[in-house]
Each structure stands twice: as C-alpha cells, then as structure tokens.
Write a protein that binds this ligand. Structure first.
Ligand code: NAD
Length: 260
C-alpha cells in the first residue's frame, strides 16, 4: 500500500523500470517515469500504467548522461508532487567487447548511465528525504554486481560500483528513516537482453528460442528468466514495512547464478 507516496523510476519507459512503475501505480503511489524513446513508446508506457491506476503518470525526459538534468528532474518532482519518497535508480545500458577492444565512448556511457546517474539522483533526492524523515532508494544492480562475466568490463564495474554506493548511502542515513538497497537480477527478458539473444543466434546460427535457452544454460541454473513483474514485487517489498530495517544490502534474484 503506497498511497500518498511519490515514486520516481529512472529508465521506466521499458523493461524492468516500466514494470516497477506500473506496480507502484497499482499500489496507489504517484508515479514519475523517465527514459528515452519516441512518442509511441512513451504513449505505450503511459497506457500500460493507466490500465492499473487512474492517477495520471508524469514523465520526465532527463538524460541520465546529464547530471544537471537529473538534478532538475528531482527538483521538478518535489515541486510538482510535494515530495520524492521512493527513488529507483534503474536506467541502464549494455555493451559487450573484450577489454582491449572496448570502445572508450561505450565505457564512459555505461559508467555514466549505470553508475554515476544513481549517485547524482541520490544526491539530489536525499536532502528532501531527510527533511521529511522518509526515503526508500532502490538501486537496480545485477548479478554482475556480485560476479564477473567475460566481455562485460564496463557493466560489471558499474554494477559492482553501484553496490558500493548502496552500502555507503545506507550507512550515511542509517538513523534516518531512509533505506537504500540493491536488486541483483540474473537474466531478465527485456530489450537489453533480447539484443544479446539475437547476437548469439546470429553468431551460432540458432533460432531465437534456441539462443535464449543457450543463454540461460550458460549461467542460470533455474533455466528461466526472472520476470520484470517479479522484480517489481521485490521493489514493492523493499518499500513495505517488512523491510523497514533492511538497508545496505542486496536482494538477489538470479535463479542460482551466483550460488555456483
Ligand atoms: P531496457 O533496455 O528494457 O530498459 C532500459 C531503460 O533505461 C529504458 O527505459 C531506457 O530508455 C532507459 N535509458 C537508457 N539510457 C538512458 C539515458 N541515457 N537516459 C535516460 N534513460 C535511459 O533494460 P532493462 O533490462 O529493463 O534494464 C533495466 C535495469 O536492469 C538496468 O540497470 C540493467 O542493467 C538492469 N538489469 C537488467 C538485467 C536483464 O537481464 N535485463 C539483468 C540485471 C540487471
């Protein structure tokens, strides 16, 4: 039950972020969505959320590469809705290459979007959370915040980094009613992973279903994808009273990937 709460999810025009925004809306929160995408994608996201909530969803187009825009997005949210109670740092991108081949601009973009944007958003949101004595910050990390995989140097570095940021944010606010936790999913079938399935299919001459099975069997003992809706429920749990004393930790939903 989140009525009266204001929730902002970065990168919520697609995938995991969209499922989280929808679930927060279903639970009664005022939701602010953010992300890239054309008018049609945005309209589809709005419609999806409108199917579970009558409250109009607000969109902020801040690019996660731009710290000033991130700060402005938080300020606008606070001015428009009186508070920011729940911040989910979710926006993320992927690029795969070996270290020696990794394009510099992809390294910089992944570190900026997958790690630094969470720092900028949290820094902007914390003063208001402290003032109101309530805050829930959820950082969408990954199993790659816990273990490595070849050809994902920037992503693995950013995700290990965001778990570090999660711990420090939790410690600095431990006596305020502000928690900060990270979610660590394994494979989730979103556009971010669909691109990796397609690449594997093309490389090995497989159809999409075969490539998806191969991707899973290489890493995830459960042989199934984590659903965006399962992550959305986990995010809601982190905002529920049951998680009031849970901070600075990780919730791993990886089908056993990191248990190996
Ligand atoms: P997705 O591609 O479906 O969604 C990514 C979202 O981020 C989109 O809304 C996109 O518009 C937004 N975004 C990208 N660049 C942006 C920018 N510069 N400024 C603002 N928004 C931007 O991907 P997803 O799988 O839903 O990923 C969401 C998060 O989950 C990411 O942090 C990702 O690393 C993490 N994650 C995904 C998986 C997976 O298997 N899909 C696994 C573990 C963690």
């Amino acid at each position: 039950e989140l009525s009266g709460k204001v929730a902002l999810v970065t990168g919520s025009t697609s995938g995991i972020g969209l499922a989280m925004a929808k679930n927060f809306a279903r639970l009664g929160a005022q939701v602010v969505i953010n992300g890239l995408g054309d008018e049609a994608a945005l309209e589809a996201a709005r419609k999806d959320i409108a199917s579970v909530s009558a409250k109009p969803v607000h969109y902020e187009g801040a690019n996660m590469l731009d710290p000033d825009a991130i700060q402005a997005m938080i300020r606008t949210t606070e001015e428009k809705f009186g508070a920011l109670d729940i911040l989910v740092n979710n926006a993320g991108i992927q690029h795969t290459d070996r270290v020696e081949d990794f394009p510099r601009d992809r390294w910089d973009a992944i570190i900026a979007i997958n790690l630094s944007s969470a720092f900028h958003a949290s820094a902007a949101a914390l003063p208001g959370m402290k003032e109101r004595d309530f805050g829930r910050i959820i950082n969408v990390a990954s199993v790659h915040g816990l273990v490595g995989s070849v050809e994902k140097s920037a992503y693995v570095a950013a995700k290990h980094g965001i778990i570090g940021l999660t711990k420090v944010t939790a410690l600095e606010n431990a006596t305020a009613n502000i928690t900060c936790n990270a979610l660590c999913p394994g494979w989730v079938r979103t556009p971010l992973v669909e691109a990796q399935i397609d690449a594997l299919a093309a490389r090995e001459g497989l159809d999409t279903a075969e490539a998806a099975r191969k991707l899973l069997s290489s890493k995830e003992p459960s042989l199934r994808f984590t659903a965006p809706e399962e992550l959305a429920d986990a995010a809601a749990f982190l905002c529920s009273p049951a998680a009031n004393n849970m901070t600075g930790t990780t919730l791993t939903m990886d089908g056993g990937w990191s248990a190996q």
